[in-house]
Design a protein around this ligand. Structure first.
Ligand SMILES: *Cc1c(COP(=O)(O)O)cnc(C)c1O
Length: 413
C-alpha cells in the first residue's frame, strides 16, 4: 500500500503556505517615508541611489555600480557600452528570460544561441566556441538560478577570440565564482531588482564592473549622455534616461541589509535538498561545481526523469507535487529560440543584412530536453522556510515517486 496522492483525494503532505515574497518591515517603511519627506525624489540631486550604488558594489565585490531602471534596460545598455552594433552577433543561452536575447536585438544585433550543460542548466563554453563566427562581438553568460556557468571556460573562449563578456546576473545577487562576486568576472554584469528577484524594489536594475572607463560610459548613457563632471546641459553622447528614483534607492538600501542572512538560509536549505532529493530515484538536483563559491539560489532547479516515475511526464509530476502543497513549476518551458519575438526580430535583421543563413537553426538538444521534459523549479521564497519545511518537500517528492512508480506496477499486473 502507498499513501494516496493529494491529487487523487489523499491528504496533502502540507497545507500551510510557504513564506511569501517580498519581505519588509518598519525599516523599509521608514526608509521610504524619509525619502518622501526629504522632498528630493530624483537621483540627480539625491543621495539614496548614489549610496545604494556604493553599498551594492561593496556587496558584489566590484569597484563600480550604476543603478538603473530595470534588468532589461541594463542588458541593452551594457551591450551598447561594449560597442555591440547592427549586424553583430552575440552568443547567449536560449534557456533564459527573453530579456537576454532581446538586448542584442534592440541594437540590431543577432542573438546566437549556444547550448547548456544539462547537469548545471548553465551555458556550455564548448557550445559557445562552436557558435563563434567572424561577426561575433560578445557573449552573455547568464547565471540562471543564481549559479554562474563555467566562467573559466567562457573567459578563455572570450580571450582567445577577442570577445566582450556581459554577465546577465539578474538572478545572481551575491553569487561568486572563485570568490569574485559576479558582475566583476566579465567586463560588465547586469542585475535586476524586479519584484521576484532576491533583491528587489518593485522594478530596478544595475550594472556592476571593475573597469573604470566602462563605468563612466555606463553612467553617461544611463543619464542622457551627461558627464559626471560635466555641465547640466552638456550631452557628450546619445543616452537614455534610465535613472532610478530615490524611493527605489531607499527601498533597495533597506532590502540589501537582509540579503546576507537570507542567502545563508537559502544556502543551508539548498544543501539539505541537494543531499536528500538526490536519494530519490529519477531526481537530479542542479550540479554545483566547486568554483561556485557563492550561489544566490534565486531558484532551486532539478531534473525530473519520468522513467523513474512510471513514465508520467513532467506536467503530471508538477500537478501532483503542487497538490501536496509544494510550490513548483516547469520553469522556462518555452525557450527563447522558440519565441516569436526572437524568431521574427532575427528574421528582420537577417533580411536587412541580406543574409540567407539563419543562426537560429543551430540545434540545442540539451536546452530542448531541459525546457520541454526535465526541468523543474522551486521558487527562492520556499528556501526561506525552515529545515522542517525542507523535509516536507523531500517527503512530498518521495511520495509522488512511490505512487507514480506503483501506478505503473499496478497497471502491469
Ligand atoms: C529578470 C531577468 C531579466 C530582466 O530583468 P527585469 O528587471 O525584469 O527587466 C533578465 N535576465 C534574466 C535572466 C532575468 O531573470
Amino acid at each position: 500500500m502507498t499513501e494516496k496522492l493529494a491529487r487523487d483525494g489523499g491528504t496533502p503532505v502540507r497545507t500551510t503556505p510557504f513564506p511569501t515574497w517580498p519581505v519588509w518591515d518598519g525599516v523599509d517603511e521608514k526608509a521610504i517615508l524619509e525619502a518622501l519627506r526629504s522632498g528630493v525624489w530624483g537621483r540627480n540631486t539625491g543621495s539614496q541611489v548614489v549610496e545604494f550604488e556604493e553599498e551594492f558594489a561593496a556587496f558584489q565585490g566590484t569597484k563600480y555600480c550604476i543603478a538603473l531602471v530595470n534588468g532589461t534596460c541594463a542588458l541593452e545598455l551594457g551591450l551598447r557600452v561594449l560597442d555591440v552594433e547592427f549586424g553583430d552577433e552575440v552568443i547567449c543561452p536560449s534557456y533564459t528570460f527573453v530579456a537576454t536575447p532581446a538586448a542584442p536585438l534592440f541594437l540590431g544585433a543577432i542573438p546566437v544561441f549556444a547550448d547548456i550543460d544539462p547537469a548545471t542548466f548553465e551555458l556550455d563554453p564548448a557550445s559557445v566556441e562552436a557558435a563563434i563566427t567572424p561577426r561575433t562581438k560578445a557573449i552573455i553568460p547568464v547565471h540562471i538560478a543564481g549559479q554562474p556557468p563555467d566562467m573559466d571556460g567562457i573567459l578563455t573562449v572570450a580571450k582567445k577570440h577577442n570577445l566582450r563578456v556581459l554577465e546577465d546576473a539578474a538572478q545572481a545577487h551575491g553569487a561568486s565564482w572563485h570568490g569574485q562576486g559576479v558582475g566583476g568576472v566579465g567586463d560588465l554584469g547586469s542585475f535586476s531588482f524586479q519584484s521576484s528577484k532576491n533583491l528587489n524594489c518593485g522594478e530596478g536594475g544595475a550594472i556592476c564592473t571593475n573597469d573604470q572607463e566602462l563605468a563612466e560610459l555606463t553612467w553617461s548613457v544611463m543619464n542622457v549622455g551627461r558627464l559626471r563632471e560635466g555641465a547640466w546641459y552638456q550631452h557628450e553622447r546619445l543616452g537614455w534616461n534610465y535613472r532610478l528614483s530615490e524611493f527605489h534607492g531607499a527601498l533597495l538600501r533597506a532590502q540589501l541589509t537582509r540579503v546576507p542572512e537570507q542567502m545563508e538560509q537559502r544556502e543551508a536549505n539548498a544543501r539539505y535538498l541537494d543531499t536528500h532529493l538526490a536519494e530519490i530515484p529519477g531526481i537530479t538536483p542542479q550540479h554545483r561545481p566547486a568554483e561556485v563559491t557563492g550561489h544566490a539560489h534565486h531558484l532551486y532547479m532539478l531534473r525530473y526523469d519520468k522513467a523513474a516515475f512510471g513514465g508520467n511526464d513532467r506536467a503530471a509530476f508538477i500537478k501532483a507535487l503542487s497538490a501536496e502543497g509544494i510550490p513548483c513549476s516547469p520553469g522556462y518551458d518555452w525557450p527563447c529560440h522558440e519565441q516569436n519575438a526572437v524568431k521574427n526580430s532575427v528574421k528582420e535583421i537577417l533580411q536587412k543584412l541580406g543574409r540567407t543563413d539563419n543562426p537560429l537553426d543551430r540545434p540545442l538538444p540539451n536546452t530542448d530536453r531541459i525546457a520541454h521534459e526535465e526541468g523543474v523549479w522551486l521558487p527562492q521564497s520556499a528556501l526561506l522556510a525552515s529545515q522542517d519545511d525542507m523535509r516536507q518537500i523531500v517527503g512530498a517528492v518521495a511520495k509522488v515517486q512511490r505512487a507514480f512508480s506503483m501506478e505503473r506496477a499496478a497497471e502491469r499486473v
